[in-house]
Design a protein around this ligand. Structure first.
Ligand SMILES: *Cc1c(COP(=O)(O)O)cnc(C)c1O
Length: 389
């Protein structure tokens, strides 16, 4: 089934971002099954922070819930409140934790704070006492990222004084990996051993360590709940190796105008590119305001009629120029479309060209793009188990 794109809006749009919800669902199934390969009843969550890495949490959340996903993570409280509107039932965890004075928001929307230090734990327990209600909580242990989470001292207090959790239900103990995509980095093993030591001292609660790349470090890293974000959206969890995930996004931009220029003419602001020969230039309708980074100047390409077409000159706010001299004129007219992201150039590829990572490419995807949601893998075989972890 393909949700019909609003054709009028697609005609007006500078560029069309197509998002395959079926591919996201198939990626989720693949990760869940990797977790279950050893026979333990491991569950797989979905990380939907930053609007599901730019793909649209309001549609991705329900699609994954329909697929059997029963745990959702966001970064911010407002992301959780928005997600709760479309996901009435499942637990939604807020990674950034409990900001002072937000206890009421968490309770009203049944959000679960990821508690990152004893102060947050105390505030959440006080809320539970005020309400005379057992509240769910996640304890986040810092095993080396040194960003959020219980440090060694706070963790020891918790181990020694279990009463500090009275009135709360410990729904999950989690930690986050520093460099999971570097499979031979010794920090992975060090974090694993610190995490194991902590969970042994706090028995009974479900546990979670692995992000997308962490899942591929093997079953030792899986614990009870996998926590992928990037890989769901087609980002390669194994940099430098073939991408095991299905591609999710395609971005196509309209050609607004084409022109001929002589040799030795410059194109764009600052005259940053100069033609070496008489050339044909096409101008396409996206720019840095759409997350097409300015540092892509003279170092990436788009695809048109099966050809690589160089992006030339400075990226403007709303416009990009490309050198179409080698493309047959008939295939390259005002109104034609070029592929900016897709099978020929993935978000990981564009990220390499921009000297960043695909996470930044995805979360920067423009809000002006016309979004067309498709569900291309709906007929792929699914293994529906619905087992509790
Ligand atoms: C973002 C995030 C994830 C997901 O990481 P990916 O690399 O995108 O799979 C998991 N856990 C935490 C704490 C995160 O912040």
């Amino acid at each position: 089934m393909s949700i019909p794109a609003d054709e009028e809006a697609a005609r007006r749009a500078g560029a069309i971002l197509s998002i395959d919800l079926g591919a996201i669902a198939a990626n989720w199934r693949g990760l869940r099954d990797a977790g279950r390969a050893t026979g333990r009843p491991i569950d797989c969550a979905a990380v939907l922070k930053a609007d599901a890495y730019g793909t649209g949490a309001a549609l991705v959340g329900p699609r994954l819930a329909a697929e059997g996903c029963r745990h959702f993570f966001v970064a911010q409280i407002d992301e959780g409140i928005a997600l709760r509107r479309v996901l009435p039932e499942p637990p939604i965890y807020v990674l950034n934790g409990l900001l002072p004075g937000t206890e009421g928001d968490f309770v009203a929307h049944r959000l679960i704070p990821v508690l990152n230090h004893l102060g947050q734990l105390n505030a959440w327990r006080a809320a539970a006492q005020r309400l005379n209600q057992a509240l769910d909580a996640v304890v986040h242990l810092d095993t080396g990222l040194h960003r959020l989470g219980f440090g060694a001292e706070d963790a020891q207090v918790l181990i020694n004084e279990r009463g500090r959790l009275r009135g709360l239900r410990l729904a999950l103990i989690m930690s986050h990996l520093v460099a999971a995509e570097e499979t031979s980095n010794p920090i992975n093993g060090e974090q694993l051993s610190r995490f194991r030591t902590f969970v042994r001292a706090m028995p009974g609660a479900p546990t979670s360590l692995a992000n997308s790349s962490g899942i591929f470090l093997g079953p030792d890293y899986h614990f009870d709940l996998l926590r992928p974000g990037a890989a769901l959206y087609g980002i390669n969890p194994l940099p430098g190796q073939p991408n095991p995930m299905l591609s999710v996004v395609t971005l196509r931009a309209h050609i607004l105008q084409t022109r001929r220029i002589d040799a030795f003419q410059t194109v764009g602001y600052g005259g940053a590119w100069r033609s070496a020969r008489p050339s044909r230039i096409a101008t396409i309708a996206l720019g840095y305001a759409d997350g097409y980074f300015r540092n892509l100047i003279n170092r990436t390409q788009v695809h048109l009629a099966g050809r690589k077409v160089p992006v030339i000159g400075r990226i403007s706010m709303d416009l990009v120029t490309i050198d179409v001299t080698d493309v047959p004129e008939a295939e390259c007219q005002a109104g034609s479309m070029v592929e900016v992201l897709g099978p020929h150039l993935t978000p990981d590829d564009l990220a390499d060209h921009a000297r960043t990572n695909a996470y930044e490419v995805m979360t920067a995807l423009g809000r002006r793009y016309h979004r067309a949601y498709v569900d291309g893998y709906a007929d792929a075989p699914t293994e529906e188990t619905g087992e509790a972890p």
